[in-house]
Design a protein around this ligand. Structure first.
Ligand code: PLP
Length: 412
């Protein structure tokens, strides 16, 4: 098989014949609906006897092209692209769990994911048990016969804890529960989640994939390792569709009904972004490592947190799991909220913005923004302190980033 970047640029080699006009970019099918030659044909499509696009909330050729490109890179049995990372997480969980069941999730997660589980889904009767993912005994103790999935992130945002996916997968497999890994921070370029044992991989395409914060998207990837007949919510689909039960349930019921579909134009932008994924990830990871080392040399910046630093508690694991790259997010601490605001307000090049893995380097104070809906005690428990600044490194020249940070934290 050809290499990652070749597949990213060319798509599946030996795949379907290209565009009739020789266009090197996929056409954008900006349409809602598709006409059929006969009533019998449209009935066959609705019955699932004929593969055809009928309505863009369910499938669309431009979105399907993006999904196929992702599948050649990430592997897996099936891929569905949705409107956002949060749409992907919500849709995946709603396809597996429901009232009276539970999800075992990491205590450290992206704030909106914690909020989804703790605030949005809880009133529907779904319990979430937040546990320390690095503690196998705690995870094992939280799983019972009503557990429908275990949910974690490859590198937690913004705590930057690295999850040992292979170890966790050994546990979830033994307990017969699907493992969902949000691989946004590392993507399938740095972290081969499926090969490590994740049953379902989630990606917010908004970040690295989009090619520079161009568009919002999300992905659900079924790695084909979980026997869906064991998932009570999917048992009926498993009878009809065997190993494809999860994907068919998403397409024909859950995703179709929730309706958080990806717009064709955004799918087009995401497909373009995929082509340069490897280059951008490599550069942003290099910048992150160098900036973390640089911040360590600045007396005002305390507790520099980056898995690429040798003293980081997860360094060895990250080195093994991500082949010597450590992602594009780092954090450091200043005295308090006021010093963080003053530092952020002095930035000239680095943007004050809430996103990660853009081409541009971005900085934010997580406690007053992404985690603002949580109480100080809850934030503390989630590892988000008042003095934390998060930096997401872009692909600029390192010296310019160093200069801007140095003057902003007051050491220049
Ligand atoms: N997962 C992680 C780890 C994230 O950092 C984010 C957003 O920052 C999301 C999911 C949500 O993605 P989106 O903004 O595309 O909904």
């Amino acid at each position: 098989m050809s290499g990652f970047s070749t597949r990213a640029v060319h798509g599946p080699v030996g795949g379907p014949a290209g565009d009739p006009h020789g266009s090197l970019r996929p056409p954008v099918y900006d349409t809602v609906s598709f006409a059929f030659a006969s009533a019998e044909d449209i009935a066959a499509a609705f019955a699932g006897r004929k593969a055809a696009h009928s309505y863009s909330r369910i499938t669309n050729p431009t979105v399907a092209e993006f999904e196929a490109r992702v599948q050649t890179l990430a592997g897996g049995r099936g891929v569905i692209a949705l409107a956002s990372g949060m749409a992907a997480i919500t849709t995946a969980i709603m396809a597996l769990a429901g009232a009276g069941t539970n999800i075992v999730a990491a205590r450290s997660l992206f704030g909106n994911t914690t909020s989804l589980l703790a605030h949005t889904l809880a009133p529907w009767g779904l319990e979430t048990r937040f546990v320390e993912m690095s503690d196998p005994e705690a995870v094992a103790a939280a799983i019972d016969d009503r557990t429908r999935a275990v949910f974690c992130e490859s590198i937690t945002n913004p705590q930057l804890e690295v999850t040992d996916i292979a170890a966790l997968a050994a546990l979830t497999r033994e307990r017969g529960v699907p493992l969902i890994v949000d691989n946004t921070a590392t993507t399938f370029y740095l972290c081969r989640a499926g090969e490590l044992g994740a049953d379902i991989e989630i990606i917010s395409g908004t970040k690295y994939l989009s090619g520079g914060g161009s568009s919002v998207s999300g992905l659900i990837i079924d790695h084909g390792s979980f026997p869906w007949a064991r998932s009570p919510r999917l048992a009926e689909f498993a009878q009809g569709f065997g190993p494809f039960a999860f994907m068919v349930a998403l397409r024909r019921e859950v995703s179709r009904n929730i309706g958080a579909c990806l717009a064709p134009h955004n799918a087009y932008l995401q497909t373009l972004g995929l082509e340069t994924l490897a280059l951008r990830v490599e550069k942003s990871c290099r910048n992150a490592l160098e900036l973390a080392r640089f911040l360590q040399s600045q007396p005002a910046a305390r507790a520099v947190n980056y898995p690429g630093l040798a003293e980081h508690p997860c360094h060895r694991l990250a080195e093994r799991q991500f082949a010597g790259r450590y992602g594009g997010i780092l954090t450091f601490e200043l005295e308090d909220r006021e010093s963080c605001f003053a530092c952020l307000n002095r930035l000239r090049l680095i943007k004050r913005a809430t996103n990660i893995n853009d081409n541009k380097t971005l900085a934010i104070h997580p406690a007053s923004t992404i985690f603002t809906e949580f109480s100080p005690a809850e934030r503390q428990a989630m590892g988000v302190g008042e003095g934390m600044i998060r930096i997401s490194t872009g692909i600029e020249d390192l010296a310019d980033l160093q200069e801007d940070l140095a003057q902003a934290i007051g050491s220049k």
